[in-house]
Design a protein around this ligand. Structure first.
Ligand SMILES: [Zn+2]
Length: 437
């Protein structure tokens, strides 16, 4: 008998490109070792998880987030993007962002991600080293895009200092099983051509991802045309920005030419439906993107603009919105939405060979969803339930890199009460600064 770390027994396993089936799974050294029946006769497991009445599926890959904004959740709502950013978010960021704040806020955000079944996230923020520490502490996989702006930011005076920092972080976390760094120019309206080109070269040199907000509002597109004579994707393409792997967040206002450019490059779109609807930024046109062959993935954006991290809610909302917009209930069937939120995200982050699906040899990034409840019964098609019936409350167990980080909705690697206490502490400070109290 071979010794393994975890034996997951009798779950409804959503194995990649196979029909859902009751199966068991052997997990060892962070990887999926075998999927099949009667595995308990073959392996001795350190831990056994009874997955009866549970859907066993790949964890969600969140391709656009600002995890350390967790303490700004619900701070300012019901405003246009520019006003929300410049009058509410930037002032509190200027006052509060520090290494300590980011480490605490990121830990809270990572905890919230795990509670929503997210096993990998692609972030854009500042103080990536502290976010990495929190991600490693809780045990979540992360691609951390260090934000670049032409103006001074919380941790640096200019973009060149940030480029140096990214090199240092890339080197520091080289051996980490969970952390990668990325280059994240904030947007074309906060980052000039010179820094965008430097960002591109740095990403190419280190072989890492670029992550940028793009075409989020009509105004951004109009301003770009006025300034450069080109639309945003054409402008970036004019200096080879898409020669690297790029995660383009939002990308709502793309014309035909821009979609063709993204389709022929190694770029992916992070769809952020809740955030875009809430800020009335507009709609993505999924159908056309898919017809052009652009890789799609799901992002939550930060909780300050969403205001939650539920991927199940994102895909349910996006699927229904797209059906209505296209006057076609057959587009984006449930299984395809789940694939966009899992393997689509893995492709976007250039991690297709490691995560995003349940396959032997891939990383054991797995979530277990309870179906033995009123909302989940009767159960004919797990994909249908995931997109149209269930909420994150039914996500019970989360395994990342072969380690259990949530069991029966209780986080294993951090003390949830401590996290709640800390967020109340920061809430008081932020309220005082805003003159609310
Ligand atoms: Zn964003």
């Amino acid at each position: 008998m071979q010794k393994i770390n975890i034996l997951l027994k009798n779950g409804l396993v959503l194995e990649y490109e196979k029909k859902p089936a009751i199966n068991s799974m052997a997990i060892s050294n962070g990887n999926i070792l075998e999927i099949g029946k009667d595995l308990d006769q073959k392996y001795i497991a350190g831990q056994i998880i009874d997955a009866t009445d549970k859907i066993v599926m790949p964890g969600f890959v969140n391709t656009h987030s600002h995890v350390a904004m967790s303490y700004f959740k619900g701070l300012a709502d019901d405003l246009p993007l520019q006003e929300w950013l410049s009058e509410h978010i930037w002032p509190v960021e200027a006052k509060f962002l520090s290494a300590e704040f980011v480490e605490d806020a990121a830990l809270h955000g990572c905890a919230e991600m795990i509670k929503n079944g997210i096993t990998t996230f692609s972030d854009m923020y500042f103080f990536g080293d502290q976010t990495a520490r929190s991600a490693e502490k809780i045990g979540i996989r992360a691609v951390l895009g260090e934000g670049i702006l032409d103006l001074p930011v919380a941790n640096y005076q200019n973009a060149d200092e940030i480029f140096t920092y990214i090199r240092k972080m890339h080197d520091k976390y080289k051996e980490s099983e969970l952390i990668d760094f990325a280059v994240a120019p904030h947007a074309i309206y906060t980052c000039g051509k010179e820094n965008l080109i430097k960002a591109k070269y740095l990403a190419q040199e280190l072989g890492i991802l670029l992550h940028i907000h793009l075409s989020e509002t009509k105004q951004e597109v109009n301003d770009c045309i006025k300034k450069t004579g080109m639309r945003p994707v054409e402008y970036l393409n004019s200096f080879g920005f898409f020669e690297s792997n790029v995660v383009v967040a939002h990308a709502i206002w793309l014309n035909e030419t821009e979609q063709k450019i993204l389709a022929t490059n190694k770029s992916s779109i992070a769809i952020n439906t809740s955030s875009n609807l809430k800020l009335a930024s507009g709609f993505d046109t999924f159908k056309s993107y898919l017809e052009h062959g652009i890789n799609l993935s799901i992002g939550t954006d930060g909780v300050a603009s969403n205001n939650n991290l539920s991927i199940l809610q994102e895909i349910s909302l996006a699927a229904k919105l797209q059906k209505a917009l296209n006057d076609d209930p057959t587009i984006l069937p449930a299984k395809e939405m789940i694939q966009i939120a899992t393997i689509g995200g893995a492709k976007a982050l250039n991690k297709f060979n490691q995560i995003g699906s349940i396959e032997v040899g891939k990383k054991a990034d797995i979530i277990l969803i309870d179906t033995n409840n009123i909302e989940a019964q009767p159960l004919y098609d797990p994909y249908s339930h995931l997109v149209y019936s269930l909420t994150s409350e039914q996500i019970k167990d989360v395994i990342i890199n072969g380690k259990i980080v949530m069991k029966d909705r209780k986080l294993i690697t951090v003390d949830e009460n401590e996290l709640i206490k800390k967020s109340k502490y920061y809430q008081k400070k932020i309220m005082k600064f805003n003159g609310i109290q």
